[in-house]
Design a protein around this ligand. Structure first.
Ligand code: BDR
Ligand code: CA
Length: 329
């Protein structure tokens, strides 16, 4: 990344504990020019995840990044949420300030389309929630496809799922949207459970977070406590996987993931397998690869990136303080 200009990115998310870390990494890393944060119903209903996005940006002092709300349900009209993992607020266990940032007047797709139209170079779309907004953009504005550099998404798996035995949550929550993205012909990078289950926040991560000090780092640590307890109870995992920032890390440091090119499809009809990503790792179908699929994570580099982002934002004088206070102080 060094010496190159930052990658323009729109981050579409459903915060969500791990989405929070994805926002912080995308905002703090010099390798990314974060054009907007857009929200989609997923971990919680749209109003809650949007409120959370605004609170996260407020806590981190991200007053100049537009936040826009998108789809409140999947393309088929359904909605699934994840209160067992993220709590009723979709971000339980965290003390975040009330938003000191206005919500954009236009919806996520309109804001993203406008940014793509204006962009001097193609924009990367990072998606860490259900793919509803991204699919809606592709469907409604096919003319903007050349303005999309790549879609990097957290979702799917080459094997087992987490929301159903074979479906990962983001894909399960809107399989038709995932299908549109996977068939789009655009460059895709899938960061699924194969690689995000290697991003386990063990005790050393907590220790490093708390050593940063300050309200933002403490908020991050407290949020991980809640999230870790949920993962222990629901999945019996000793440490929680921080899924979403893997997709952001892969943009700023491609070497953080080892990928293979493979054909990826999503099951739309299966009685037991709806929402499963079917990844042909061995070329047995003869289908052409449509995605890079991340399989291995450089854990040390990943955690350095995530923790450095918290440290960077915590050190900014604007963190935790609303704009009026920053101006007067
Ligand atoms: C994905 O589902 C959500 O609960 C997380 O935020 C992540 O995006 C993991 O399956
Ligand atoms: Ca998410």
């Amino acid at each position: 990344m060094e010496g190159q200009s930052p990658v323009p990115v729109v981050l579409d998310c459903d915060p969500g504990h791990d989405d929070m870390f994805a926002i912080l990494l995308a905002a703090a890393h010099p390798g990314i020019d974060l054009l907007a944060v857009t929200t989609v119903a997923g971990n919680g209903p749209l109003d809650k995840v949007t409120h959370n996005a605004l609170r996260i940006c407020t806590a981190a002092g991200l007053h100049d990044i537009p936040v826009a709300a998108g789809a409140d349900r999947a393309l088929d009209g359904g909605q699934d949420t994840a209160p067992r993992i993220h709590g009723d607020s979709a971000l339980d266990g965290t003390e975040l300030p009330e938003p000191a940032i206005p919500l954009a007047g236009d919806d996520a797709v309109t804001v993203t389309a406008r940014l793509l139209e204006a962009a001097a170079r193609p924009v990367t779309i990072a998606a860490t929630g259900p793919l509803t907004n991204v699919a809606t953009l592709l469907r409604s504005r096919p003319d903007l496809a050349p303005k999309i550099e790549r879609i990097v998404f957290m979702g799917g798996s080459t094997g087992r799922g987490n929301r159903t035995p074979l479906a990962e949550f983001n894909i399960w929550a809107d399989p038709e949207a995932a299908d549109i993205v996977l068939r789009s012909g655009l460059p895709l990078l899938m960061c699924g459970l194969d690689v995000t289950h290697q991003a386990l926040a063990g005790p050393e991560v907590f220790a490093r977070l708390r050593a940063i000090g300050g309200e933002l780092a403490e908020t991050c640590a407290a949020s991980l406590e809640f999230y870790g307890n949920a993962y222990r109870e629901v999945y019996g995992m000793p440490a929680p996987p921080l899924h979403d920032p893997v997709a952001i890390a892969a943009i700023v440091a491609p070497e953080v993931v080892r990928c293979v090119a493979a054909p990826v499809a999503v099951e739309l009809a299966g009685e037991h397998t709806r929402g499963a990503t079917v990844v042909d790792l061995h070329g047995v179908t003869g289908a052409r690869p449509n995605a890079q699929v991340a399989l291995e994570l450089d854990r040390a580099l990943f955690w350095d990136l995530v923790l450095d982002s918290v440290q960077t934002l915590a050190a900014r004088p604007s963190a935790d303080r609303p704009p009026a206070e920053r101006r007067s102080g």
